[in-house]
Design a protein around this ligand. Structure first.
Ligand SMILES: [Zn+2]
Length: 136
């Protein structure tokens, strides 16, 4: 297993009133030249958790930080007009919290950050303050 010291949370940067199913995410990432979905986990609006990449395999989601991290993405992150917004549904929040708690057990020392919390990232991703998960 790789050393994991970081868990990075992302949004798909798609509008909350549009569906962006896991198949569309995969097509998008393959079109960018990735070998499948770059995140390890994808949480759709219905709260379903999709295992999109083995934890053993390095992801493609956070430049310079892929080697020792796990990437989680939730569907959404933009409001109806395309502006960055915390669009997590109650089901997504429940799933994300459960996932993070379980990853905490496997990787107790890993830091949980939002994509935008990494240095030099100019995006709003994941469009909410992940400090709400500090101390879980
Ligand atoms: Zn991101």
């Amino acid at each position: 297993m790789r050393t994991i010291n970081l868990i990075v949370i992302h949004c798909s940067a798609t509008r909350c009133n549009k569906d962006f199913p896991v198949e569309a995410l995969e097509a998008c990432h393959r079109a960018r030249g990735f070998n499948g979905i770059g995140y390890h986990y994808y949480i759709t609006k219905d709260g379903q958790l999709h295992l999109t990449r083995s934890e053993d395999v390095q992801g493609a989601h956070a430049k310079h930080y892929n080697k020792n991290s796990i990437g989680i993405c939730y569907e959404g992150g933009l409001d109806e007009k395309g502006k960055p917004a915390d669009t997590r549904t109650p089901a997504q929040k429940r799933t994300l919290l459960a996932l993070l708690k379980s990853l905490r057990v496997d990787f107790p020392d890993a830091e949980i950050l939002g994509h935008r919390d990494l240095p030099w990232v100019k995006k709003a991703c994941p469009c909410f303050d992940v400090r709400e998960y500090q101390g879980i």
